[in-house]
Design a protein around this ligand. Structure first.
Ligand SMILES: *Cc1c(COP(=O)(O)O)cnc(C)c1O
Length: 385
C-alpha cells in the first residue's frame, strides 16, 4: 500500500507527494483511488473487518501513512476534525481522578473542552506557561502534559526538549498541538515528545475547504487512541480524505512560501509607524526567537501585531482589499482577525490584559500571495490620509 516503503529516508517535499499513496495496480493511476464503500467483504484474506469508523479504510490509511512519514512517527490516525483528535487522545489517556497539565494559551476550543468536559468527568487540571511551571505542577496522579508551540495569537514557544525530558522523568505522556508549525517547520517526536496533534483543517489541507485532524505517535499510543476513537466515532470520510491527500501533496511548497511571506510581512509591519509591536518567532525581537530557531526548521506564516491606536482596527479591517477578515487560518489566502473580539472575547478585559491580548492586537494568517501585494494592501489600509 505504501509504494515507497523501504527507501527511506526521503526528504519532506518528496514525502508530501509520495508517502502513503495507494498503488492502484489495475490502472497504474498516479493518484490514490477513492474507496467509497462502507461495507467490505468478510471474511476476507486478511481477516480484517474494514469499516470507515474503524479508521482502517484505504483512504484513511493513505493520510495516516503520509503524516507518520512527515512527522517521523511510527503510526498515525486521521479524524473528522482537530477537536475529534484532541478529545479522543485525551479521553483515551485520562480517567476520573487523573491529573493533566496544560499550557495557558491553548487553542480556544481545546480550553473549552478541558473546562467543560474533562473537569465535568472528574479529571484534575493545572495550567502553566513553560516547562518550569509544568515541573512545579506535576503530582503522582499526573498522566498528561499538553502544549502548543508556537501558540495563538502571541506565538509563544515552549522548550519541547525540556517538556519531553520532564515527561520522561515522571513517566507522563507529553503531547503537542503542532498545527501552527506543521511537520515541515517542526518535528516534535524527534525532540522526544510522545504524541503530535494537528488540526488538518489548517495548513495540512491548506485550502480552507476540509475539516480534519491527526494524531501521530508510536504504534502503541496510536493503537490505544484508535481503540477509543472507534467508540467515539469521529472518523473522516473517503472523499474528504482524498481532498486532504491532494492538499498535502503541496504542503512543503506552500509552507516554504508561508515562511517567506511571514518573515517579509513581519519585518514590514515592524518598521511601520502605525504598528507598536510585531509578534513573529522569526524576528530577533521576539522573546522566544532563540528557542524557535533551535527547535524549528522555519518560522511559519502566523504573526500578530499591535496597532499604536486600537481605534484604528475597524478602519484596517474595512480597508484591506486582498487580506480577508475571517476566522480560521493556515489556508493559501491571507486572513486577519482581532483576538479580543474572537478567540478571547469571553475573557474579561483584565484577563485579556494579563494574557497580553490588547484591543489593538491583529492576528494575520499570511497566505501565499505575492508578498509585494500583501505589503501594498497593508500600506494602503494603514495609511492615515
Ligand atoms: C483550529 C485548531 C484546532 C481545532 O481544529 P478543528 O479542525 O477546528 O476541530 C486545534 N488546535 C489549533 C491550534 C487550531 O488552530
Amino acid at each position: 500500500m505504501n509504494q515507497i516503503e523501504g527507501i527511506h529516508p526521503l526528504r519532506p517535499s518528496t514525502l508530501c507527494l509520495h508517502a502513503g499513496t495507494y498503488l492502484d495496480k489495475p490502472t497504474g493511476g498516479a493518484c490514490s483511488p477513492v474507496f467509497t464503500s462502507t461495507a467490505y467483504a468478510f471474511p476476507n484474506p486478511a481477516n480484517q473487518n474494514i469499516y470507515p469508523r474503524y479508521f482502517n479504510t484505504p483512504n484513511q490509511q493513505v493520510i495516516a501513512s503520509k503524516l507518520a512519514a512527515l512527522e517521523k512517527g511510527e503510526a498515525a490516525v486521521v479524524f473528522g476534525s482537530g477537536m475529534a483528535a484532541i478529545s479522543t487522545l485525551l479521553l483515551a489517556h485520562l480517567k476520573p481522578g487523573d491529573h493533566a497539565i496544560f499550557q495557558n494559551d491553548l487553542y480556544g476550543g481545546t480550553v473549552q473542552f478541558i473546562t467543560q468536559e474533562l473537569t465535568r468527568l472528574g479529571m484534575e487540571v493545572s495550567w502553566g506557561a513553560n516547562a518550569a511551571d509544568f515541573a512545579a505542577a506535576v503530582r503522582p496522579e499526573t498522566r498528561v502534559i499538553y502544549v502548543e508551540s508556537p501558540s495563538n495569537p502571541l506565538l509563544h514557544c515552549v522548550d519541547l526538549v525540556a517538556v519531553a525530558a520532564l515527561g520522561e522523568r515522571h513517566r507522563v505522556l507529553t503531547v503537542i498541538d503542532n498545527t501552527f508549525a506543521t511537520p515541515i517547520n517542526q518535528n516534535p517526536l524527534t525532540l522526544g515528545m510522545d504524541a503530535v496533534i494537528h488540526s488538518a483543517t489548517k495548513y495540512l489541507n491548506g485550502h480552507s475547504d476540509v475539516n480534519a485532524g491527526i494524531v501521530v505517535a508510536s504504534a502503541e499510543i496510536v493503537r490505544r487512541v484508535t481503540a477509543s476513537a472507534v467508540n467515539f466515532g469521529g472518523m473522516l470520510g473517503a472523499h474528504a480524505c482524498a481532498q486532504l491527500e491532494r492538499g498535502l501533496k503541496t504542503l512543503a511548497l506552500r509552507v516554504q512560501r508561508h515562511n517567506e511571506n511571514g518573515l517579509a510581512l513581519a519585518q514590514f509591519l515592524q518598521a511601520h509607524p502605525a504598528v507598536a509591536r510585531v509578534n513573529y518567532p522569526g524576528l530577533p525581537t521576539h522573546p522566544d526567537h532563540a528557542l524557535a530557531a533551535r527547535q524549528m526548521h522555519g518560522f511559519g506564516g502566523m504573526l500578530s501585531f499591535e496597532l499604536r491606536q486600537p481605534g484604528q482596527v475597524d478602519r484596517l479591517l474595512t480597508r484591506l482589499r486582498i487580506v480577508m477578515p475571517a476566522l480560521s487560518l493556515g489556508g493559501v489566502e491571507s486572513l486577519v482577525c482581532v483576538p479580543s473580539r474572537t478567540s478571547h472575547r469571553t475573557l474579561s478585559p483584565a484577563e485579556r490584559q494579563r494574557a497580553g491580548i490588547s484591543d489593538g492586537l491583529v492576528r494575520v494568517s499570511v497566505g501565499i500571495e505575492d508578498e509585494a501585494d500583501l505589503r501594498e494592501d497593508f500600506t494602503q489600509a494603514l495609511a492615515t490620509d
